[in-house]
Structures are given as C-alpha cells and as structure tokens.
Design a protein around this ligand. Structure first.
Ligand code: UD1
Length: 339
C-alpha cells in the first residue's frame, strides 16, 4: 500500500517513514531539503533495510505538485508534514510562513480532490490552543487567537481542511496536535538536526552538554508553576510517529466517526524546564551548565495534554517517558559529536 509523506526527511517525518516501512507500507517521500538532508534518507534505509521512493520537490511549485500527483495516482494516503516550524522566524517573516505552510496545503488538497486519494493526516500542534485556561488540555479547549504566524498557520490549516471535508465527503482527514516532540530513534541513526543555534530546549541542552554551546539560558523562573519555570508535555518522537501509522490505519479501515477528526498527542504529564534539566543530568550522569534569565516573549506558562481521546478513540498511548526520550536525544547527540 503506497503512502505519500511530505517533509519525510524532517524530524518527525523521517521517524514516521521508519514506522510506516516497518509496518509494510510502501513510502513515497517528497522533501525540498530546505531543513533536512539526504543523509536522513540513508539513515532510513539503514534502519529499515527498505528504500523509499524519494522526490526532491518544493510544494510551493503548483505545476510540479500537479505533475507529481498525476504520476502517483495509486497513493492510498497522504501524511503532510512539510512546513516551516520556527516560531521566532515566523514573527520576522510572516508571509514566508503563510506561503510555505498554507499555499502548499491548498495545492496538496486540490490534488486530493481531483484524484481518488481520500486519506489525509495533518501535522498540527498544541500551539492552536495558545495559553489554554484549563490543564490538561482537551481537544474541546477553545482555539484562541494565535500567538505567532506559525501558530496561525496551524489554526488556518485545520480550518482549510475542515472546510474542504465539509463539501467533499470523500476526503477523510485527521489532524494530530503534537505537544513537544523530542528524542530520536533508538538506533541513534536519525534524530533532530537543528540548523544554527537551537531555539528549542532539548537540542540546546544537548549542545550545551556537548560543549558546542557554553550555557543554557532558562527563560524565566517566576511563572506560577511548581518551580517557577514553564511546563510542557515532552513526547518521544517515535510515539508521535507511531500515532501517524495508527491514524492512517483508522482512515484506511473507515473507523473514523466524522471525516475530520483531531487528536492530541502528548504523554499527559507536564514537566518544568528545571525538571527536564534534572532528568538530563540523571540519564547522562553529568551536570548541565545553566543560568536563569528573563522570560522569553511569547512563551505560554503551561501546556500539557489530556490524552483520553487519543487513548480511547484513536487507540494510541505514549510508550516512552521523559527520561527515555531524553536518553535517546543524548545518544543521538553523541553519535553526531562522533562524526
Ligand atoms: C514551540 C511551539 C510549538 C512548536 C515548537 C517548535 C508554542 C506554544 N509552542 O514550543 O508549537 O512546534 O516551538 O519550534 O508556541 N526554553 C528555555 N531555554 C531555551 C529554550 C527553551 O528555557 O534555550 C524553555 C522555553 O521557555 C519553554 C520550554 O523550554 O518553556 C520549551 O521550549 P521550546 O523547546 O522552544 O518549545 P515550545 O516553545 O514549547
């Protein structure tokens, strides 16, 4: 069964391709290599022993998108990761984000409408909730005004899919709202590859512990949380990847109850920045150099998932905890350091 994964060489995309191939799917990857590398393709082959079809293609090129789908009319599903994801950059370059994340989504959906491909999985984010009023966050929590153009592209993206499903019952879609995906494949052959100075906590910790960065800045310790630092729901990327396979199977087996469904992907446990540092120090058996600095603008205080719907309706549950995920990130970082 042939499945398209857009952005299949990215962080979550590559781990999902591995899980799909392990389950016997034939995978076609589209990636423009803007934030990924062909080494990831080699890594996928090394882990699975199978070579996915790969096409270097930029989804902003509508004519190329049309030509691609004409050639691949036997696709049974599309998992759409391809998008830009840096919150800060999206504030600086909003139009780039609307073009990269919205135009491309529209072009892909237009092709699904034309063809008989009906199953579509969308890479969404807990950012759609902004600062939710109630923890843990259920899928019914209100979608508040987005705090960045990036967050807005995820909100608008979900609306575009919902509107499309409303008028085209043939298209079946699931949006998966990830909390904070971290970690790496247990082989340490693929993982997260931040370009330049990492913006996210885990890659920054890994690079500080490796001596690439001098010191981690902890953004604020005066929040109304257990120890004053922000709380997030860190979820192992392999758990996230497996959820995509389960969501696809749900659509392929017509188990969905409406033609647009949303699910939270998290562990259900919130961890503070200081708890993450402690977990790192424990699994890596080394101290981390950090200091408390001012709050980072735009950070929400707390965000962790109510996973009841994902557990009971989707039939998915995170298998790994924070320490497992951090250990896998550390092993991946050590393999990068060894190159
Ligand atoms: C954000 C977005 C998320 C997006 C992700 C990827 C929101 C609510 N979340 O996650 O949708 O997918 O970025 O870019 O917009 N921290 C430090 N020091 C650092 C880095 C981070 O203390 O050097 C703290 C942050 O203040 C935060 C936590 O670590 O409390 C996690 O930050 P980060 O990894 O950047 O993820 P989010 O901001 O939660």
């Amino acid at each position: 069964m042939k499945v398209l994964v857009t952005g299949g060489l990215g962080f979550i995309g590559s781990h999902t391709v591995v899980e799909l191939q392990n389950e016997g799917y034939q995978v076609v990857i589209i990636d423009n290599l803007s934030n990924s590398s062909l080494d990831v393709l080699k890594g996928i082959v090394a882990i699975t022993g199978k070579t996915p079809i790969f096409e270097k293609l930029d989804l902003k090129d509508k004519a190329q998108v049309q030509a691609f789908f004409k050639q691949h009319q036997d696709l049974k599903g599309v998992i759409h990761f391809a998008a830009s994801k840096a919150v800060g950059e999206s504030v600086e370059k909003p139009l780039l984000y609307y073009e990269n994340n919205i135009n491309t989504l529209v072009y892909v959906l237009q092709e699904l409408e034309k063809l008989t491909i009906s199953n579509f999985i969308f890479s969404s984010s807990c950012t759609v909730y902004a600062q939710a009023d109630v923890m843990p966050i259920t899928e019914e929590a209100p979608i508040k005004m987005a705090e960045s153009p990036y967050g807005n592209t995820k909100q608008i993206g979900e609306e575009i899919i919902q509107d499309t499903c409303n008028v085209n019952a043939k298209i079946q879609a699931i949006a998966l709202r990830y909390f904070n995906p971290i970690g790496a494949h247990e082989s340490a052959i693929i993982g997260e590859l931040p370009i330049g100075v990492p913006q996210n906590l885990i890659p920054y910790i890994m690079q500080t512990a490796s001596g690439i960065r001098e010191q981690l800045s902890v953004f604020g310790d005066d929040y109304p949380t257990i120890d004053g630092t922000c709380v997030r729901d860190y979820i192992h990327v392999v758990d996230v990847a497996k959820a995509h396979v389960i969501a696809l199977q749900r659509l392929l087996n017509n188990k969905n109850t409406t033609n647009f469904e949303v699910f939270n992907l998290g562990t259900g446990t919130g961890s503070s920045v200081l708890e993450v540092i402690q977990a790192f120090e424990k699994v890596a058996n080394q101290k981390l150099n950090y200091k408390i600095v001012n709050r980072r603008s735009g950070d929400v205080v707390s965000a962790y998932a109510d996973t009841t719907k994902a557990n009971e309706v989707l039939g998915w549950k995170a298998q790994y905890n924070l320490e497992d995920a951090i250990l896998s990130s550390w092993q991946w970082q050590k393999s990068l350091n060894a190159v």
